[in-house]
Ligand binder design. Structure first.
Ligand code: DGJ
Length: 746
C-alpha cells in the first residue's frame, strides 16, 4: 500500500482504487503530486511544471540560481507548506520560535513505514484493533534553522478509499517554543473546478447544507464555540463542479475532533486549490517546552469517483468500521421514549411508572428520564454539578426495577461538563468554573462550563456520575451540553496559557468520556448538545448515536437529517417522533425511521387512533430498521434543490432496500418517477409500493412510478426484497387478475 521509489523519491500510497502521490524534491520539500482515482505512475515533470519565473538565492552575497532545477515556492503543491516563505497560501503549522520569529522551513529528514497505525493517546482516533489492512507512513521534517521536528503521518487502508492524516510537532530546542497553528492536513489540488459542500446551523436548524463555489477568495469553514458544532460542522466535501450524487470526483474531509476547528479553502493565483484542515488557530496557542510534543487530531480524507453518494458511503463505512464502539455499531437500537417533551421538569415516580406502562403497550423498548432528576432541579436555573438523586421527586431504583420487570430498558440524562452557580458544587468550589476572573462571565441557560483543563475537576465529576451509574442499573445515557464556552479563563493554568484552554478542555472532556465508557461498557451512550450541536467523529468514538436536533417538524427535520446523512451513518442519527400537531404520526415516523428511532411525547395524551398507528409503526420499524442500520445510503433527490426529498438504504448483500420519499408542497398531479440506485441489475425485487416484482435494472433505469397525487408534507417508505425467478413466477400466478394495490408505507 505504501511504496517509495528511492531513485525518484516518490511516495505512492494506494489501494486498488485510490492513489496519493508525493515526492521529496531536490531541496528536501515534500511536493504533492496527485490524489484521486488509482493511477499506476506519475510523471513528475508534467505535474510540477509551471510557467512562472525561476527563483534565485542570495548566498555569500552572490545571486545563485540552480539552472538545472526549477522550483518556485509560491507555485508548487506541498504536503506541508512552511510559514513566511515565498508560499503565501497559508501554512498548516505555525511556530513561534525561540528567537521570536515565525519563519519555518521544514525539509525532509527521514521516513519510515509501519504496518498498522501509531496509537494516539488522549484523543479519539481511528481504531484499527487487530486489523492488518492498514499501513502508516511517517515522514519526519526538520526546520532548517532549529531543532524543531514535524512528523506527518499518513495511514492508508487496502479496502477503503480513505487516508488518515495528522501531525506531531517535537520541540528539540533547549527553550520553549509556541505552537500557534497546528492543522492536521494540507491538501493541494491541481485545478480550479471545485465546489465546497459544508453545513451551517443553529439550535433547531442544526445542520443545513451550504454549497459554495471555490474561487480565489479564501473560504474558512470554522467554529470557535469550544465544543459545539452546529454553527459549522467539522466535516466538508470538495467536489468537482460537475460531480453529481452518482458520478464525478469528490473528496470528503472529516475531523476526529469536537473542539474548535477550521477548514481553509481557496484558489491561488495559478488556480490551484489548497485546503488546510485542523484545530482553529484563532483560539489556539500552545507552549511546548524542551522535549515536549504536540499531536494534532486525525483528519479523514475520503475519496470517490462515484459522486457524492460514493464519498458519503465511504465516510459511513469508515465511521462504522473504525470509529464507533464495536459493541454497538451494527446492532439494532431499542425504540425509546424520552420524558423531556412529555413532562420537562415536572415528573415524579408515579408519572414515570405510568409512562413505562403506556410505552410498553405501544411496543416501545426503553424509557429515558431526561433533565430534572438530581439536586433541586425543577427548572434550568439550578443544580448542574450536583449529581445526586432528588429523592423527594423520584425513586430511581423503583422505576428502573419497574421497567426491567416489564422487560424494558431504562436510560438517564446527564450534563457533565456544566455547573450551575446555584449548586452545592459551585458554592464549595467556585474555582471549578471556567471563566476569566477579570470579567463577569456570561450565563447561558443560567449555567457555566466546568474547567476540564484540570484533571482534578474531571475526576471529581466522574466520581459523582459514576456513583449514580454504579448504584442504579441504567442501560442508556443521554450526555447533554447546553451552552458554549465564552470569556474563557482557568484558575488551574497560568495566564499565558489562555491559548491552550480550548484544546485542554476538549482533552478533559474526552478523558471523562473515556473513563465513562470504560467503566460502563454496556451503557448505550447518546451525546447531545442543545439538540444536535455536537455531531462529529470525535463524539462518535465514544457514543454510537447522537441526538440530531430538538426540531421534529417534518419539513425542517428532513433538511437537518439530509445534511447529517451526507457525512454520518444513519445508525448514529438520533431521530424521534414528537407530538407536534402539523402532521400524522405515520409521516413523522417514516422520517424518524431513517435514524435511530424513538418518541418525544406523552403517550397518555394520545388518541386511540394514534396509539393504533404507533403500535403498527413500531412493528414495521422493528422489521425493517436493520436496513437503515447496516445498509449503504444513497441520496436520490436533494431536498435543497427540489420539492422532494428522497433517499434509500440498501443492504450490503443487495437483498433488501428501504426507500424514502417526501413531498414538501402538495402536488396533485405530476409524472413522478424515482430512479433507484445500488440494486443488482439482474436481480428480481418485490416492491411494497405496487406489490409487483421487477428486475433491478428496471427500478434503476425506468424508475418507480409514483405519479399519484401527494399532499403537502407527506412521507412514503417502501421496501424492496430480492426474490428468485421461481418465487416471482409463483407470486405472479397467485396474484394474477388481482387489482394493483398501492401502499404508502411498507
Ligand atoms: C437539550 C436537549 O436537546 C433536549 O432533548 C433535552 O435533553 C434538554 N436539553 C434538557 O435540558
Amino acid at each position: 500500500m505504501i511504496e517509495f521509489d528511492a531513485k525518484t523519491k516518490i511516495f505512492h500510497l494506494h489501494n486498488e482504487e485510490f492513489s496519493y502521490y508525493f515526492c521529496i524534491n531536490k531541496l528536501g520539500y515534500l511536493i504533492h503530486l496527485y490524489s484521486g482515482k488509482y493511477i499506476q505512475s506519475v510523471d513528475i515533470e508534467r505535474l510540477t511544471e509551471r510557467y512562472v519565473e525561476r527563483y534565485a538565492y542570495l548566498e555569500n552575497n552572490q545571486e545563485v540560481c540552480d539552472e538545472s532545477y526549477y522550483f518556485a515556492l509560491q507555485a508548487s503543491n506541498f504536503e506541508c507548506a512552511s510559514h513566511l516563505t515565498g508560499d503565501k497560501r497559508g501554512a498548516p503549522i505555525i511556530i513561534k520560535n525561540v528567537d521570536g520569529s515565525t519563519l519555518t522551513d521544514f525539509r525532509y529528514h527521514s521516513h519510515s513505514v509501519i504496518n498498522g497505525k501509531v496509537e494516539i493517546e488522549n484523543l479519539p482516533h481511528t481504531r484499527i484493533g487487530t486489523k492488518k489492512n492498514v499501513q502508516t507512513l511517517e515522514v519526519v521534517l526538520k526546520d532548517i534553522r532549529s531543532n524543531v521536528f514535524l512528523s506527518l503521518y499518513y495511514s492508508i487502508f487496502d479496502d477503503m478509499n480513505v487516508l488518515i492524516r495528522n501531525c506531531k510537532v517535537f520541540n528539540g530546542e533547549n527553550e520553549d517554543i509556541n505552537l500557534i497553528k497546528a492543522a492536521s492536513l494540507e491538501l493541494d489540488l491541481f485545478g480550479e473546478d471545485y465546489t465546497l459542500i459544508s453545513t451551517h446551523g443553529t439550535w433547531s436548524m442544526d445542520r443545513l447544507i451550504e454549497e459554495t463555489p471555490i474561487n480565489h477568495n479564501k473560504i474558512v469553514v470554522s467554529d470557535n464555540h469550544g465544543a459545539r458544532g452546529f454553527y459549522h460542522n467539522p466535516a466538508i466535501m470538495i467536489k468537482e463542479k460537475e460531480a453529481t450524487y452518482k458520478s464525478g470526483d469528490v473528496f470528503g474531509l472529516s475531523l476526529i475532533y469536537s473542539g474548535n476547528f477550521s477548514f481553509e479553502v481557496g484558489q491561488d493565483d495559478l488556480n490551484q486549490t489548497r485546503i488546510i484542515a485542523g484545530i482553529n488557530p484563532e483560539t489556539f496557542n500552545f507552549k511546548l517546552s524542551k522535549g515536549e510534543t504536540f499531536i494534532t487530531p486525525e483528519c479523514v480524507l475520503a475519496f470517490s469517483d462515484k459522486g457524492i453518494n460514493g464519498v458519503t458511503q465511504t465516510l459511513h463505512d469508515f465511521a462504522r468500521e473504525y470509529i464507533i464502539p464495536k459493541k454497538f455499531v451494527n446492532v439494532e437500537r431499542p425504540i425509546l421514549i424520552n420524558s423531556w417533551e412529555a413532562y420537562y421538569f415536572d415528573f415524579d415516580t408515579l408519572k414515570i411508572k405510568k409512562l413505562i406502562d403506556e410505552a410498553k403497550e405501544l411496543g416501545i423498548e426503553m424509557v429515558v428520564l431526561d433533565d430534572g432528576w438530581f439536586g433541586k432541579r425543577n427548572d434550568d436555573k439550578t443544580s448542574l454539578g450536583d449529581w445526586e438523586l432528588n429523592l423527594e421527586k423520584i425513586n430511581l431504583e423503583e422505576v428502573i426495577d419497574y421497567a426491567h420487570k416489564q422487560k424494558m430498558k431504562f436510560g438517564l440524562w446527564v450534563e457533565p461538563e456544566m455547573i450551575s452557580p446555584d449548586s452545592s458544587l459551585y458554592k464549595s468550589h467556585p474555582e471549578y468554573a471556567l471563566y476569566n476572573r477579570n470579567v463577569k462571565p456570561t450565563l447561558y441557560r443560567h449555567q457555566l462550563v466546568l474547567d476540564f483543563t484540570s484533571p482534578k475537576v474531571v475526576n471529581e465529576i466522574f466520581d459523582m456520575i459514576s456513583s449514580v451509574f454504579t448504584k442504579y442499573d441504567i442501560d442508556y445515557c443521554k450526555w447533554d451540553f447546553n451552552r458554549y464556552l465564552s470569556e474563557i479563563g482557568s484558575t488551574f493554568l497560568n495566564a499565558d496559557q489562555e491559548g491552550e484552554i480550548y484544546h485542554r478542555f476538549m482533552l478533559g472532556t474526552y478523558k471523562l468520556l473515556d473513563k465513562f465508557v470504560k467503566k460502563f461498557p454496556n451503557v448505550l451512550l447518546e451525546t447531545c448538545a442543545s439538540g444536535g450541536g455536537r455531531f462529529d467523529l470525535g463524539m462518535l468514538y465514544y457514543s454510537p448515536q447522537i441526538w440530531a436536533s430538538d426540531e421534529t417538524d417534518p419539513n425542517a427535520r428532513i433538511e437537518i437529517q439530509f445534511a447529517t446523512n451526507l457525512f454520518y451513518p444513519l445508525s448514529t442519527i438520533g431521530s424521534h417522533v414528537s407530538a407536534r400537531p402539523f402532521s400524522t404520526y405515520q409521516d413523522k415516523a417514516i422520517i424518524a425511521a431513517f435514524g435511530t428511532f424513538g418518541y418525544e411525547l406523552d403517550p397518555l395524551k394520545l388518541s386511540e387512533e394514534d396509539k393504533k398507528q404507533i403500535v403498527e409503526i413500531n412493528k414495521l420499524v422493528k422489521t425493517w430498521h436493520h436496513i437503515v442500520t447496516i445498509g449503504d445510503y444513497y441520496t436520490l433527490k436533494d431536498p435543497t434543490k427540489s420539492n422532494y426529498a428522497s433517499w434509500m438504504c440498501v443492504t450490503k448483500n443487495k437483498k433488501e432496500a428501504l426507500v424514502f420519499h417526501y413531498n414538501f408542497r402538495r402536488e396533485p398531479t405530476r409524472a413522478r418517477y424515482i430512479k433507484l440506485v445500488g440494486l443488482k441489475p439482474d436481480q428480481y425485487y418485490f416492491n411494497s409500493l405496487t406489490n409487483k416484482i421487477y428486475r433491478g435494472d428496471f427500478y434503476m433505469n425506468g424508475g418507480l412510478n409514483i405519479s399519484c397525487p401527494i399532499d403537502e408534507g407527506k412521507a412514503m417508505m417502501f421496501v424492496l426484497k430480492a426474490v428468485s425467478p421461481l418465487e416471482k413466477t409463483i407470486y405472479e400466478k397467485m396474484n394474477s387478475g388481482k387489482e394493483e394495490k398501492r401502499d404508502k408505507i411498507v
